[in-house]
Design a protein around this ligand. Structure first.
Ligand SMILES: CCCCCCCCCCCCC/C=C/C(=O)SCCNC(=O)CCNC(=O)[C@H](O)C(C)(C)COP(=O)(O)OP(=O)(O)OC[C@H]1O[C@@H](n2cnc3c(N)ncnc32)[C@H](O)[C@@H]1OP(=O)(O)O
Length: 260
């Protein structure tokens, strides 16, 4: 599939998706949303693909936010009538059950930070900068920024960032728990692809369920999460991959996963 605003390629069981609007620092417009949604749907439907990486073209930006020029022209009522931005959560966060990584190669601002936070985890270039500067435009995050950032880094830091519009660099982002690891920019995509390849080699059912469980912790109470986790573990013990995984350990060999 060829797109205009994103690039896609597969390397073994890993899909690499690159936001590709370098002239506007990979700003997210309606076309990006449509093409990204389609690319993730293709990834989800392709049984040969087990993990994905999303990054930005160029060395300056992952995505510098929603496309301000497109937003400034849009009739206000249309945002509500069309329930604008709902597609991001419905089509990307909820429908993509396989693991995917955001490799943040530069500015991740506004919708760009929100998109990165939809990933299962973030690997940040040492040059990356994160922020929710929407207040400076007279608006606010609209794609989960105030919710996911607060859960990731805590109320005080999230509140300061949303109210001042300031950015935080990769060091602060890692220190605050927003990103899993910092990688030199030059090595970012290769590190992300290597990490994704490791995940792609894991039992696929267990990978999806581990993803679901960590997300459950992000979205519910401890008590409900512990029950859900216990049930998920019990379900996994009935799978062929559990039998294969434990046999492979005992026989000192690699597992041959069936995904069942
Ligand atoms: C109708 C909406 C359609 C959207 C559909 C999908 C939307 C998905 C996301 C929805 C999220 C919901 C709510 C979120 C809202 C936002 O994200 S609001 C935007 C938040 N981001 C910002 O405020 C950052 C804006 N950019 C900057 O502050 C600076 O560009 C920079 C990142 C600090 C870099 O500065 P500098 O190095 O000086 O480069 P510039 O010259 O400023 O930029 C280079 C060119 O890129 C263009 N550009 C940069 N950011 C955007 C942007 N967000 N939208 C559109 N274009 C952008 C910039 O205009 C330059 O282009 P030219 O002027 O043509 O050279």
């Amino acid at each position: 599939m060829t797109y205009e605003t994103i690039l896609t390629e597969t390397r073994g069981a890993v899909t690499l998706i690159t936001l590709n609007r370098p002239k506007s620092l990979n700003a997210l417009n309606s076309q990006v949303l449509a093409e990204l949604t389609d690319a993730f749907a293709q990834f989800e439907a392709d049984a040969s693909q087990r993990c994905a990486v999303l990054t930005g073209s160029g060395d300056k930006a992952f995505a510098a936010g929603a496309d301000i020029k497109e937003m400034s022209d849009k009739p206000p009522a249309d945002f509500y009538i069309e329930d604008f931005f709902s597609g991001w959560t419905a089509d990307i966060v909820k429908k993509v059950r396989k693991p995917w990584i955001a490799a943040v190669n530069g500015f991740a601002l506004g919708g760009g930070c929100e998109l990165a936070m939809m990933a299962d985890f973030i690997l940040a270039a040492d040059t990356a900068k994160f922020g929710q500067p929407e207040i400076k435009l007279g608006v606010a995050p609209g794609m989960g920024g105030s919710q996911r950032l607060t859960r990731a880094v805590g109320k005080s830091k999230a509140m300061e960032m949303c109210l001042t519009g300031r950015m935080m660099d990769a060091e602060e982002a890692e220190r605050s728990g927003l990103v899993a690891r910092i990688v030199p920019l030059a090595d970012l995509v290769e590190d992300a692809m290597k990490t994704a390849t490791t995940i792609a080699a894991m039992p696929p059912l267990a990978a999806m369920m581990n993803k679901e469980m960590v997300n459950t912790a992000f979205e519910t109470t401890l008590d409900q999460g512990l029950i859900a986790e216990r049930r998920m573990f019990q379900v996994l013990t009935a799978t062929e991959d559990k039998a294969e995984g434990m046999a492979a350990f005992v026989e000192k060999r690699a597992g041959n996963w069936k995904g069942r």
